[in-house]
Design a protein around this ligand. Structure first.
Ligand code: MTE
Ligand code: MOS
Length: 797
């Protein structure tokens, strides 16, 4: 435990030997290839579907339509996602699937299918959907205290709006599935899924079968990032249906363009807010309405919204809060889970507010943030005690000290004074992220551990591997708990017939939950084996421990080798396999009241980012980033550092580079995703990495009650990237007079930063100083073009 070992598949990844689901195809005899028939309309009713022309294409074997579905024609769990729809709900929606001997034949066959439609009105943007009253799902409200009183008591009240963009997952491996049917009709689906049990359930209901007739396996994924939590189910169901209809293996693998145009993305949000501060800049009241863009179906939009509402506070004490949540239905791909699961959008609300209000309050943004941190004994707006808030102070101090922030702030000021056309900004932001699934029932996991007669160990657990290093950590847990070298333990691919009823590998709890289950299974085995060792050594079992593959009494020079111990146990007919189970204790959540204690603990982190912005183009460089992050006692330091770096980079991509654009015009391409390739969708790459990138894990941070004191690490670091956005805001502000509030679009692309600079410059020498009044649409925006996505200015209300 805690050893710095490489990812268990690192060698396979870098040599290309690692097998992903679609790599199985060359070894699969008689496989049929599936191709979707995508309809190029945002919203339309299908009035006729003629598949005969496709069947005349050489190589085409069958066209799957709604008529083939023996069970439920639905790919989701909300009954709002018809697998073969009669209504096209987004541009590129697949209405049927062609199966053929080759991928090319399937493609040509799909093009030959004739679809007649009748157009229906479509809503592409959140504002359009709101105007048309197009909502879906619940409208939760999270309330504490009395916002009206809080705002009335406030010395400063500000209001504003924020538009938060979505994000494309852009995992390297696109969605893929391969289904087989055996001689007894049992269906075996290999799928790139973060949630094999739910894929199994949905395949079963589409086929009208029981779950015990369907097995789902996930070898590993080339990235999931939440995009494979819900979205694989329908694709797996197509493969399974194809296999049951034809008796042949069926492969579904989306091309990049199909994946981009058919699968869901991070939810965009539109947020309106009012905030009140006291004279000292302490937050008194916040009222906000968060409207998320659910896309065409509900998918995971409700839990994503719940997590967003539960994270608006981030690291800050808010005495009076009223948060309204709602989800619009738009005619776009169905928004889904994405690293942070709504948490990032919620937290961005308060970070944006603090960044915009700090200059109006005349308080340095760093000071404003720190002053509002949670203190011991305070609770979140949903009523959970914030444990260990002092960790935030520790992290903050460590970043400020090791990042040399005070001296660098002076350097930044000197640089800005000397350079009219380039400005630097340096910002520090905190992260507090709740760990556990909000829905209590999901916080359980199972494992199966086998010790073979030769002493080798095989573990199965319910979690899936998507690059995050879960399997590496599980190997470490098993080796540590059994007291044997890591090399003796092997991990088998995730399968629903080994461990049933699993939760998605999500919410960053993969290691917490499955680690608990693996550990519990290993504990049983260790106890049984130490009893055997006790008889062999003539000692009391309580005095024996197994370390480095040898069982020995405390302080004893000799002991029993693991292999001998296992062999002896076998001959004594001791059970050498065990099932483990884990449930997170102490959770409670009332989703109607939006109150409870849904999280086992909070993961904390602090980041400092320094950027330099070019005044002519708005382009920028990230000069330096310093992160100190709380992972408890790290289970696997190399993995955890990789997660922190990767999460941060992905967050910076979301906030500053990646710009999803949809055709919002009224022409034939209305609703089409314009950024449907790596050529038009800008992902972070080496050149966007910080020039200096210091990542440290908080020391002495063991988390009681978690597996080996380790905290979850998968999602929280993404939100460390707020520091980059805030640094860009400050750099843009430096082009104008002191004390102006800068609105920054999200993503803060070079274009958006350029417009922010222009607005700062427009304030000229007469910008407001601290507390001067900014009338609505006032100084910061006066006389300048309003770019497409510029948020409206902060105003005193
Ligand atoms: N890291 C890699 N390399 N690839 C991924 O797909 N997904 C993230 C995170 N880190 C992801 C990743 C997301 S969205 C989650 S919820 C967690 O990993 C899931 O894994 P864990 O629970 O084992 O941390
Ligand atoms: Mo992660 S968004 O919870 O899969």
């Amino acid at each position: 435990m805690g050893a710095a070992v490489p990812h268990e598949s690192a060698r396979l990844h870098v040599t290309g030997a690692a097998q992903f689901t679609d790599d199985l195809i060359p070894r699969t005899k008689d496989v049929l290839h599936a191709h979707p028939v995508q309809v190029p309309q945002a919203h339309a009713r299908v009035t006729a579907l003629r598949v005969a022309p496709a069947l005349r294409v050489p190589g085409v074997v069958r066209v799957l339509t709604a008529a083939d579905v023996p069970g439920v024609n639905d790919a989701g769990i909300k009954q709002d996602e018809p697998l073969f729809p009669e209504e096209v709900m987004f541009f590129g929606h697949a209405v049927c699937w062609v199966l053929a001997e080759t991928y090319e034949a399937a493609r040509v066959g799909a093009a030959a299918v004739e679809v007649e439609t009748e157009p229906l009105p479509s809503y592409v943007t959140v504002r359009e959907a709101i105007a048309a009253d197009s909502f879906q799902g619940a409208m939760p409200q999270l309330v504490r205290g009395d916002v009206e009183t809080g705002l009335a008591d406030a010395v400063h009240v500000f209001g504003g709006e924020l538009e938060i963009a979505g994000q494309e997952h852009f995992y390297l491996e696109t969605h893929s599935s391969l289904a087989h049917v055996d001689e007894a009709g049992q269906v075996f689906v290999q799928s790139s899924t973060q949630h094999p049990s739910e894929t199994q359930e949905i395949v079963a209901h589409v086929l009208g079968r029981a779950s015990n007739e369907v097995t789902v396996q996930c070898l590993r994924m080339g990235g999931g990032f939440g995009g494979k939590e819900m979205q694989p189910h329908g694709l797996a169901a197509i493969a399974a249906l194809g296999a049951t209809c034809t008796g042949r293996p069926v492969r579904v693998r989306l091309t990049r363009a199909q994946d981009l145009t058919m699968s869901g993305k991070r939810h965009g949000f539109l947020v309106e807010w009012r905030v009140g501060f006291d004279a000292a800049g302490r937050l008194l009241a916040l009222e906000a309405t968060l409207t998320s863009d659910g896309g065409w179906s509900l998918d995971l939009s409700e839990p994503v919204l719940a997590r967003a509402l539960c994270h608006v506070d981030n690291a800050y004490w808010l005495p009076h809060v009223r948060l309204n949540g709602r989800i619009v239905r738009t005619h776009k791909t169905s928004s889904t889970a994405f690293r942070g699961f709504g948490g990032p959008q919620g937290m961005l609300v308060i970070e944006d507010i603090l960044g915009r209000c700090a200059p109006l309050l005349g308080i340095d943004p760093m000071e404003l943030r720190r002053r509002n941190f949670y203190r011991r004994g305070q609770t979140t707006p949903y009523g959970q005690l914030v444990r260990h808030p002092e960790r935030l102070d520790r992290l903050w101090r460590q970043v400020v000290d090791t990042g040399d922030i005070a001296a660098r702030q002076r350097e930044v000021a000197a640089f800005n004074a000397a350079h009219p056309h380039a400005k630097r900004g340096l910002a520090v932001t905190p992260v507090k992220f709740g760990i556990s699934f909000n829905l209590t029932a999901f916080n359980q996991a199972g494992a199966l551990v086998h010790v073979y007669r030769d002493g080798s160990v095989l573990i199965n657990h319910g979690g899936t591997e998507m690059g995050q290093g879960l399997h590496t950590k599980m190997l470490q847990v098993a080796a540590t708990e059994l007291g044997i070298p890591l090399g003796r333990v092997r991990l088998a691919p995730t399968r629903t017939d080994k461990v049933p009823n699993t939760s998605a590998t999500a919410a960053s709890c993969g290691a917490d939950l499955n680690g608990g289950a693996v550990r519990q299974a290993c504990e049983q085995l260790r106890e049984r084996l130490t009893r055997v060792a006790a008889t062999m050594l003539g000692l009391n079992a309580a005095d024996i421990s197994i370390v480095d593959g040898v069982a020995r009494g405390t302080g004893a020079p000799t002991g029993v080798e693991w292999n001998d111990l296992v062999r002896t146990a076998y001959f004594q007919r001791v059970q050498l396999f065990a099932a483990g189970f884990y449930r997170t204790e102490g959770l409670y959540w009332d989703s109607a009241a939006m109150q409870g204690s849904p999280f086992k603990y909070f993961a904390y982190g602090v980041a400092a980012a320094e950027v330099e912005v070019d005044g002519f183009t708005g382009t920028y460089r990230t000069r330096r980033v310093d992160i100190v992050h709380d992972v408890g006692d790290s289970l696997s330091p190399l993995i955890d550092i990789g997660q922190i770096e990767g999460g941060f980079a992905q967050g910076a991509g979301w906030l500053t580079l990646e710009d999803l654009r949809w055709n919002t015009g009224t022409g034939a391409a209305r609703g089409q995703l314009a950024t449907r390739g790596a050529s038009s969708y800008k992902l972070p790459s080496f050149s966007e990495m910080p020039e200096v990138f210091n990542v440290t894990m908080l020391a002495d941070a063991a988390e009681e009650g978690a597996v080996y004191g380790a905290k979850a690490v998968g999602e929280p670091p993404l939100m460390l990237a707020f520091s980059v956005r805030e640094a860009l805001r400050q750099a843009a502000a430096a082009f104008g007079p002191a004390g102006i509030s800068i609105d920054l679009a999200s993503p803060a692309t070079p274009e958006a930063v350029f417009w922010a600079i222009e607005r700062a410059r427009a304030c000229g020498g007469h910008g407001p100083t601290a507390d001067a009044d900014l009338a609505p649409g006032g100084a910061a925006n006066a006389g300048h073009p309003t770019p497409e996505r510029a948020p409206r200015t902060v105003s005193h209300v």
